[in-house]
Design a protein around this ligand. Structure first.
Ligand SMILES: Nc1ncnc2c1ncn2[C@@H]1O[C@H](COP(=O)(O)OP(=O)(O)OP(=O)(O)O)[C@@H](O)[C@H]1O
Length: 205
């Protein structure tokens, strides 16, 4: 599966944010989104995920192929860690595979109500959801927020060895280096700006 974006323009709160954005992410590859606060990383990921419509352009992505992950990952506070994972696998018609408990170091916490987890533990559970639902296209907004160094490493290893190695792809907004051999797309080059001719610098491949 390949993600193709052509001539994309996106807006937030009615204001154009990015314009004339084109890129391709192939199976097994990741693209890192860069840019200062407000550059449009979240806005772009939300449009790619289908949570907001584009202003213009084309996104070539099969329906039901993507998973979007940001701060709120739909964790059910009263269910245990294990029950949350099973809830997601059942919802997406996937096998109740326990391997993600180890991938995200959640096995010691499996019986804990999710509402009692620390911020970083909760983040790990949110990321483990991606392992349970098995979507080939991951759209990740600051996935390492609240994670300690060991957890960042474990997540990067999962992404590389399990997701990308299996032919999945990922678009990731992150300020934290993940050690992936992945190209970076600086969104400041594509700012929609009604006062200048910026945004005509189109292709990023
Ligand atoms: N709900 C909203 N209504 C109006 N404008 C918004 C809204 N949310 C964000 N914006 C604006 O849209 C622009 C892009 O924001 P976005 O959140 O996509 O940036 P970002 O690159 O993800 O930033 P950060 O690094 O801070 O997470 C910014 O100018 C921001 O102020």
């Amino acid at each position: 599966m390949t993600l193709r974006v052509e001539g994309l323009a996106v807006a937030r709160g009615g204001e154009p944010v990015l314009d004339n954005l084109s890129f391709i992410v192939t199976p097994g590859a990741a693209l890192i989104l860069r840019g200062p606060n407000g550059a449009g990383k979240t806005t772009l990921l939300r449009v790619l995920a289908g949570l907001a419509p584009p202003l213009a352009g084309r996104i070539d992505l099969p329906p039901e192929s993507a998973a979007y992950s940001s701060h709120a990952d739909g964790i059910k506070a009263t269910l245990s860690v294990q029950e949350n994972l099973w809830f997601w696998s059942d919802l997406y018609g996937r096998a109740r595979d326990d391997a993600v408990l180890d991938d995200f170091d959640l096995r010691p916490l499996r019986e804990r109500p999710a509402g009692t987890l620390s911020a970083g533990q909760s983040r790990r559970l949110g990321l483990a959801r991606l392992g349970m639902i098995g979507r080939p296209v991951l759209l990740l907004d600051e996935p390492t927020v609240s994670l300690d160094a060991a957890s960042v490493g474990r997540f990067a290893a999962w992404l590389k060895d399990r997701h990308l190695a299996a032919g999945g792809l990922a678009v990731i907004a992150t300020h934290v280096p993940l050690g992936l051999d992945a190209p970076e797309l600086d969104l400041s080059r594509f700012r929609a700006d009604p006062w200048t001719e910026q945004g005509t610098d189109a292709a990023f491949l």
